[in-house]
Each structure stands twice: as C-alpha cells, then as structure tokens.
Design a protein around this ligand. Structure first.
Ligand SMILES: [Zn+2]
Length: 223
C-alpha cells in the first residue's frame, strides 16, 4: 500500500476505527483510552487523542511521518504517538495496539513479568516483560517499551497497560487479546499457589513444532 493510494488510506483508517470499537467491546480499554496504529506506505495512521471510539470517524484518524510530523486530520494524534513510532523504528511491526486492559494492569502492579504458564505465550515470543513505570506520552516511555520488547511482540507497561504489534492490525489485536487471556489465566493459576511454568527448552520445542506445522501462516497461530 502506498501513501498516495487514497483507497488504501481510507481502508486503513476505517479498520483502525473498527478495531477501536472492538477494544471497548472486548474490555481492553474504556472511553478513549488505549490507541491503535498501522503503517500506510511510508506513513503511520494512528487514532486521535481524546475521541471516544464510538464517536470516532475514519477521517479523524491521524497520519504522521516517521519523525512525528503530522500530515492530515484536524485531530491531535494519540498522546502515545512517540511510542508507536519508536516501535515501528525498532521492529518489523506493521500495526501496533496499545491497551489499558485490566488483567495486565493488575499483573503489572505486582509482578516483573508474565511467565509462561501456557505454551500459547510463544505467540508473543515468550514470557512478557513488564517495563518500568514512566509517565504516559513521554519519549522515556517509548524507550522503556522498546527495550522490554526485545525478542517479543508484546510488552506490559507497569501501572499503565500493554502494547502488542504484528504484521497487520488483525495479528496485533489478536496478540492483545491473547496477552489479556494469558494474564487472566495466570491470576487464576496463582489462586492455587505458585504455578508451574514452562522452561525455555519447552517453549523452544513448541516454537519449533509450530514452525514445522507452518502455523502462523494461517490466522490464529498455534492451538
Ligand atoms: Zn496508555
């Protein structure tokens, strides 16, 4: 998709609005919290700041250049635009989803990482780190998120939320749902005591088997 492709741009903006509504419906954020973005050619389309998802229209979705320059829309781009741009710069992401989902926030307040109590965590690259707390919207938060993402497609932000990325918005969003599900499952497991976790070798074995079966080329990843 090229940035001069106006149909492609409209489709990307509409998709971002649609997933914003899902963010609320799936309980991954409330009001106008959280934000989503996707690459459109050399540019990044990102949800605007302060507009509830239910009121958001495709034309409200902002376009920014990799250096943060705003290119279109009368709206202000998300306050977390620096974090989204830093993730695009540091990874091969084509879409980024930032949630304020309750299970990961609860975990972030008391644990240094989400451990591997289920093999599906290989879909996120392994145990998911909790990045140190830094104020929302800051360049330091962007740096903390990128640092904790190393080798992962998900990061939990302490006392804040989570970020996932993917090759497209569907994959990034599915990873946000997976992360929240894993955090909830971990909390349930903790109610029995300290849960057993999978070793790095066991996770590597899952990753190798998933590759062998060519999961990941189909929607949904390992089952
Ligand atoms: Zn946030």
């Amino acid at each position: 998709m090229h940035s001069s492709d106006s149909d492609g741009l409209q489709a990307a903006r509409a998709q971002l609005v649609g997933y914003g509504v899902r963010l609320l419906a799936d309980g991954l954020a409330v009001g106008s919290a959280g934000n989503l973005s996707g690459r459109v050619g050399d540019l990044v389309a990102i949800t605007p700041s302060g507009i509830p998802y239910g009121d958001m229209r495709p034309g409200d979705v902002c376009l920014v250049a990799p250096d943060g320059t705003e290119l279109a829309s009368s709206e202000m781009p998300s306050s977390e635009t620096p974090m989204h741009l830093a993730i695009y710069a540091a990874t091969d992401a084509s879409a980024v989803v930032h949630t304020h989902s309750p299970e990961v926030i609860a975990l972030s307040a008391s644990r240094p990482e989400l451990p591997a109590i289920h093999y599906a965590i290989t879909g996120l690259g392994g145990p998911v780190r909790v990045a140190p707390y830094v104020r929302f919207g800051s360049d330091k938060l962007a740096a903390a998120a990128v640092g904790a993402l190393d080798g992962r497609s998900a990061v939990i932000l302490r006392n804040h939320g989570a970020v996932t990325y993917g090759r497209d918005l569907t994959q990034a969003y599915d990873r946000a749902l997976l992360l929240e599900w894993l955090a909830r499952t971990y909390r349930m497991a903790l109610s029995y005591g300290e849960p057993a976790t999978l070793s790095a070798a066991e996770l590597d074995e899952v990753t190798a088997e998933a590759r062998r079966r060519r999961y990941g080329e189909r929607r949904g990843g390992p089952r």
